[in-house]
Design a binder for this molecule. Structure first.
Ligand code: AMP
Length: 453
């Protein structure tokens, strides 16, 4: 129980107002260790209660030893996206409502001068995306010299988005004795080790939610599909037949998410799309409408929907399969939160079969087969499978390429270089593409909700 933790009265009241009594496993493990001052590496997924796991102790440490009004920020939370910043800020304000502490968010897309004037009010807690905070540090408008706790939330995503240097530079603006908390969906992420080594001192590791396990409250299903138009029909039928309050539909590309939202908007359900072209205000408005029920279906790509915390999402549809098992967990982790029930349905074309097998094997999770009556796919899985469950590919033909034949082939390749090649295979699906290379610092692959300037 939170009652048994040594917490300030204001924080207890905040928890009471939020209706929270029992810590989640990650909170039970992290809060006492962080109050005691340890550095921590936490492997926790969205939905585990990870935000309060670091906010509670960070605020407690400030309240236990108040600083002078003139000192700068006392706790800094770095997050990869604006949406997550907004959400953490809300959690922080709710929690601190009965304390004298103030929090602000510093993210790209908002007015720099306005942020500067807000910083002059010396908020104790800053929740920021790395690019914008670093800019304030370099221009002298943010003072991190008194920071006691530095949190790197969704550190794996921050690194994926190219914020490594910014994170390290921001840490260098904090005093050496600051506490560092690093949270990540998986601690095996390449690149995380060197950041942890540079910033954390004798850290403890908390691995409550094994990173590869899916939340128990979620049913995972797949439905086979023949073509994009078949997927469109399946999606429309699912949204009609399933009972849900809020549904999230994921596509791998922004353009597809937009197309789906436009298509669905003609029906009875109120639908919107979350994408990077929206201004911060527009995005905020979409999320508010989704939260208060004026929108029932939100179509999004991974980056745009990153870190969203919307209660009661009971249905997640993967129109496209995500590119990795970790992305699958991130998407489906938005349902079945804090004990609620959820359903995750993936629409799987023939060209996605092997990817589905990889995701299942990686997550040790079975996506049970389902179907929509009247819309059963002709494709019913590969004819022959390997022991892994993956499709047996066509045998490569042996060709006896003589030097002359090779030369001819090279000449043909040369001729067609630069010509546009149709990106659609015979079955109407785009072929599997490789993951795009990581963007340079500050950049971001989908230009969705970048956390920088
Ligand atoms: P997070 O993992 O921080 O994104 O939190 C996921 C959801 O769990 C949020 O909606 C929180 O309000 C909720 N939550 C956090 N802590 C608790 C708790 N101790 N008991 C019940 N719900 C919680």
């Amino acid at each position: 129980m939170f009652e048994d933790m040594e917490l300030d009265r204001g924080l207890r009241l905040g928890l009471e107002n939020l209706g929270l009594e029992t810590p989640t496993p990650v909170q039970a493990a992290a809060v006492p260790a962080l109050i005691a001052g340890s550095d921590l590496r936490i492997s926790a997924q969205t939905g585990s209660g990870k935000t309060l796991a670091y906010l509670l102790p960070a605020l407690q440490r400030i309240l236990a030893e108040p600083a002078s009004r003139k000192s700068g920020a006392l706790a800094v939370v770095l997050v990869p996206t604006r949406e997550l910043a907004r959400q953490v800020l809300k959690n922080c304000r709710d929690l601190a409502a009965k304390t004298p502490l103030n929090a602000m968010a510093l993210t790209g897309g908002a007015d720099f001068k306005y942020q500067k004037s807000e910083l002059r009010k010396n908020p104790e807690v800053i929740i920021a995306t790395p690019g914008r905070l670093l800019e304030h540090c370099e221009k002298g408008s943010a003072d991190l010299a008194s920071v006691r706790t530095l949190v790197l939330d969704e550190a794996d995503r921050m690194l994926d988005m190219g914020f490594r240097d910014e994170v390290l530079q921001i840490a260098a603006f904090c005093p050496p004795e600051r506490q560092v908390v690093l949270l990540s969906a998986t601690l095996n992420h390449a690149g995380l080790g060197s950041v942890a080594q540079a910033l954390l001192q004798q850290p403890q590791t908390i691995n409550i939610d094994p990173p590869r396990s899916a939340s128990e409250g979620i049913r995972h299903q797949h439905i086979l599909a023949d073509s994009p138009s078949h997927k469109d029909a399946l999606l429309a039928a699912l949204l009609q037949q399933q009972e849900f309050r809020r549904a999230l539909v994921f596509a791998n590309q922004r353009s597809i998410a937009e197309r789906l939202a436009n298509q669905l908007a003609g029906g009875e359900l109120k639908t919107a799309c979350l994408h990077g072209e929206l201004t911060t205000e527009e995005r905020k408005a979409v999320m508010t409408r989704f939260r208060d029920g004026r929108i029932q279906v939100l179509c999004a790509s991974d980056l745009a929907a990153r870190g969203l915390d919307v209660p009661d999402i009971d249905l997640v549809v993967n129109y496209d399969l995500p590119r990795s098992g970790d992305d699958y967990l991130h998407r489906t982790g938005r349902t079945g939160r804090a004990g609620a029930q959820g359903l995750a349905i993936s629409l799987v074309g023939a060209n996605e079969w092997n990817l589905m097998i990889s995701i299942q094997r990686y997550l040790k999770l079975e996506l049970e087969r389902s179907a929509v009556p009247g819309l059963k796919a002709r494709y019913q899985g590969p004819g022959k499978v390997k022991s892994s469950g993956k499709a047996v590919g066509p045998k490569k033909k042996k060709t006896d390429k003589t030097a002359a034949a090779k030369k001819k082939q090279r000449a043909r390749d040369q001729k067609s270089r630069g010509k546009h090649r149709a990106n659609v295979s015979a079955d109407g699906f785009a072929p599997l593409t490789r993951a795009r290379p990581k963007p340079a610092a500050g950049g971001n692959p989908d230009s969705e909700s970048p956390g920088d300037k």
